[in-house]
Ligand binder design. Structure first.
Ligand SMILES: NC(=O)c1ccc[n+]([C@@H]2O[C@H](COP(=O)([O-])OP(=O)(O)OC[C@H]3O[C@@H](n4cnc5c(N)ncnc54)[C@H](O)[C@@H]3O)[C@@H](O)[C@H]2O)c1
Length: 458
């Protein structure tokens, strides 16, 4: 059996290696010529994935994995291309106004057009999926199985991929060819392991398609492979990330409430979580990453009039950087009143979560932009992101008027000593957005402002 994998990024390339190891002949396709040239020359475009270099070398050396910029006829086609978010429609202000307008626009759009290029706000950019589908349609023949792995709004497999394939080829899905959605839920850094051992949800467009796709995944997955329909599989993937986004929004809302009530939210959460069936997450400066901060919008896009909680949670999380800004402006006003206006802000952490170097949709970067827009000189430090680690931590903190902790990297816990930072800063003022710094910082004499903490230490 020959498998053609379209898109050789974080998902497609490791999948190509794993599928090759399972005994298939594999063609990996990517439109990015740099990736193809690199792979053909024995290089690797994905780093920090344990075991990937070894499994890739083995697959290429045995001649069962090839790469190209064009698809070829195959038995199975897998689409693993990007589905970014159209950012120009992000709502950034504290307002729910606009939801009705969105709902009206969606209602006025035919179901098929909701998955094509359109001017709706909050839309997934499905142009890569559509392009890849058209590319493979040229090579589709009877008996083939097509699998969409990209994360997509519910309904995309049927309304976009099936429609395009049938229109382009004249073949009938479920009779001449078979189509399924198999969403990915791997964790970067551990992709090879998770591709094999995670459970998989496989959504067939029809029963035969589902069965064929399940049989294919069972040939290399050791977790459970569970069959459902395509739209359910699409929704399941989005629900997983939306669940977390909504729960973080709740923690963030509790933090805002605690500030108003004079309560320490971290203390309150630790007490609430003593309840055997309660597990409130940690508040912070917002939600980032290319999944959590994006996937909920894919549900809102299709049913904005119904996805009200999801929409509101997105709004709460995406406006948290503005709240950090409000806390900062309170500090800046006090500093100016004391005759020491803020001349340097040290931002610690640029990635969207601890101990990784991924700044996609990072709230820390948003805070940095907001500060710069207001004219505050900002120096950013992040040990995991090259452009932010050229200066030492000491140099970043030296002569700073305010230190803002945005990402709770473990390394900061080990390296930031209160007495040293106290001596380096021009004014000892800290804005902690992650419940990171302990009481020893207050004891050292810092003015500590903590997101979610309504009690000021001084
Ligand atoms: N990376 C993750 O951890 C992860 C996890 C779960 C789901 N996903 C989803 O999987 C999908 C792929 O994500 P990724 O991280 O692998 O993306 P990526 O950006 O790393 O890779 C996608 C690749 O597809 C290529 N491409 C684009 N259009 C193409 C076309 N028409 N033909 C051939 N190649 C084309 C690009 O050049 C790129 O190399 C997305 O929908 C993403 O949301 C990713």
């Amino acid at each position: 059996m020959k498998v053609c994998i379209i898109g050789l990024g974080y998902i497609g390339f490791p999948t190509a290696c794993v599928v090759t190891k399972a005994g298939y002949e594999v063609l990996g396709v990517d439109t990015n010529s740099d990736i193809i040239i690199k792979l053909k020359n024995g290089g690797l475009h994905i780093i920090n994935e344990d075991g990937l270099a070894d499994i890739a070398r083995e697959a290429f050396n045995e001649g069962r994995l090839r790469v190209s910029d064009k698809p070829e006829p195959a038995d199975v086609f897998i689409i693993a291309v990007p589905t970014p978010f159209r950012q120009n429609f992000y709502r950034q202000e504290n307002s729910l106004a606009g939801n009705d307008v969105v709902a009206e626009k969606v209602a006025a759009t035919s179901v098929k057009d909701r998955f094509r290029g359109n001017d709706l706000p909050y839309t997934a950019d499905l142009s890569y999926v559509e392009r890849a589908t058209r590319d493979l349609a040229t090579y589709l023949s009877k008996g083939n199985l097509v699998i969409l792995e990209s994360t997509v709004p519910p309904g995309t497999t049927v309304n976009l991929v099936q429609t395009v394939l049938e229109e382009e080829t004249g073949l009938v899905c479920g009779h001449d060819f078979f189509l399924a959605h198999a969403p990915e839920r791997v964790l970067p850094g551990n992709i090879l392991h998770e591709l094999i051992y995670n459970d998989r949800v496989i959504g067939g467009v029809d029963s035969e398609s589902g069965e064929r796709a399940v049989a294919f995944y069972k040939s290399f997955v050791k977790g459970d492979v569970v069959k459902t329909d395509a739209t359910t599989a699409e929704l399941v993937k989005l629900m997983e990330n939306t669940f977390r986004d909504v729960n973080i929004a709740l923690a963030n809302e509790f933090a805002l409430i605690a500030e108003k009530l004079g309560v320490d939210i971290f203390h309150a959460i630790s007490l609430a979580n003593r309840h055997p069936r309660v597990n409130i997450l940690k508040p912070g400066p917002g939600v980032g990453g290319h999944c959590l901060a994006v996937d909920p919008y894919f549900i809102v896009q299709v049913v904005p009039e119904t996805a009200r909680l999801i929409s509101l949670a997105r709004e709460i999380n995406s406006t948290m950087p503005y709240h950090v800004m409000r806390l900062f402006e309170g500090i800046a006003t006090r500093c100016a009143q004391k005759g020491k206006p803020v001349k340097k802000v040290a931002l610690l952490g640029a990635s969207y979560k601890a101990n990784v170097g991924d700044e996609r949709e990072s709230p820390a970067i948003k805070v940095a932009h907001l500060l710069s827009e207001k004219g505050y000189p900002v120096v950013i430090h992040d040990p995991y992101i090259e452009i932010y680690n050229s200066l030492s931590l000491d140099d970043v903190v030296r002569r700073a008027d305010v230190l803002i902790l945005l990402t709770d990297h473990d390394i900061y816990r080990a390296q930031l000593e209160p007495h040293k930072v106290f001596n380096l800063m021009r004014q000892p003022v800290v804005l902690d957005t992650r419940g990171f710094f302990g009481q020893e910082w207050d004891a050292m004499g810092f003015e500590m402002i903590r997101l979610g903490v309504g009690k000021r230490s001084c």
